[in-house]
Design a protein. Structure first.
Length: 344
């Protein structure tokens, strides 16, 4: 019974969100959340927020998607008193939605500590869910601080935050995620359509997400002509003055250091310095052969989320798909639903 209610209510939430973001239905609660998010985090443009919601609708909130996802676990999906503490990142709009969804699917209750950067959208979606079915009002609490001993913990943050979570909750069963980034392996024969898709992997969220491609591995003789031509079309999607200021700052630094860089007009390509590179920079790492590229990937696996590429034996994500993970594409490859169900 619990599973059926969960699937029904969350798929209805998807339909309501779809009607709202596509302009077919007004929702003042969500409109206010868009405005508050933008004021709180200027990089969270309204367009970016709506794109995040569209991805959630398409990948997480379809009735058939939810049904298929839960088939292996249906005998375990009952209402539970177990409390899952969730510490959410805030680098992207709704970046923690999957942890919320997983916890609700498991039958557990959630105590959620939101990031200050992304503290409006999820509560708005949750209130919409409660309007669909008031049952959910008793299952979730948003809090400024988690209890010291939640039954389970899902926590996401930077490397230093992850160390703190590990120490503070050392006796709590947990999944702790730290900083990761994504790369693309180019072979030099990519066509215009593939490069257009790659530009979305890079620029959609200003490179702020762990699934955002921030570094390109390219052959030593790679020609950037077509790539820069195609990437120029993404300029119209750049709405943030903060992002453009970051680009100008990085360009000035590269100029003063007399370093090689290629100016794309709203980003620079610069040879590998750090991983991931700062906002406004797309890192470039040249390889002699594919084996050298694979060696770099293997030595940085713990810091990688997506490996984008075609006809590449160690790539795991199609070009253009990094920002649209499926419901079973768990962060860091750790199945959080199984983790919860195996520890309650």
């Amino acid at each position: 019974m619990y599973k059926e209610v969960f699937i029904r209510d969350f798929s209805l939430l998807g339909k309501l969100l779809d009607a709202t973001v596509n302009g077919c239905k007004d929702n003042h609660l969500l409109d206010r959340a868009f405005e508050d998010s933008l004021q709180s985090s200027p990089l969270f443009s309204t367009g970016m927020q709506k794109e995040a919601i569209r991805a959630v609708i398409a990948k997480f909130l379809q009735e058939n998607v939810l049904t298929d996802w839960l088939i292996p676990y249906e005998n375990k999906l009952i209402e539970k008193k177990c409390i899952v503490g969730i510490i959410m990142a805030g680098n992207l709009p709704l970046v923690g939605f999957h942890d919320f969804l997983v916890t609700m699917a498991s039958g557990c209750m959630a105590r959620i500590k939101l990031s200050g950067k992304d503290r409006f959208l999820l509560p708005a979606l949750y209130n919409m869910l409660c309007e669909i079915n008031p049952y959910w009002k008793e299952r979730v609490e948003f809090t400024e601080s988690l209890p010291d001993n939640p039954d389970l913990l899902l926590a996401t943050g930077g490397d230093e935050s992850a160390k703190i979570f590990e120490n503070k909750y050392k006796n709590t069963p947990k999944i702790v995620r730290s900083s990761r980034s994504s790369i693309a392996i180019l072979l030099g024969d990519e066509n215009e359509e593939e490069l257009q898709k790659l530009s979305k992997d890079i620029f959609l969220y200003y490179g702020m997400g762990c699934r955002s491609v921030s570094t390109l591995l390219v052959p030593e003789d790679y020609s950037f002509g077509l790539l820069t031509e195609v990437f120029a079309r993404s300029r119209t999607s750049i709405e943030s003055d903060d992002y453009l200021s970051a680009y100008k700052y990085q360009k000035a630094i590269a100029t003063m250091q007399n370093s090689w860089y290629l100016d794309g007009g709203f980003y620079i390509l610069r040879e590998f310095m750090s991983f991931p590179p700062p906002m406004g920079i797309i890192g470039i790492l040249k390889y002699k052969d594919i084996n050298e590229a694979e060696k770099f990937v293997n030595s940085n696996k713990l810091h990688l989320q997506c490996l984008v590429g075609k006809k590449c034996r160690f790539a795991d994500t199609e070009v253009g798909e990094t920002q649209y993970p499926s419901i079973s594409d768990y962060a860091d490859g750790l199945n959080s639903l199984e983790f919860i169900l195996n520890n309650v």
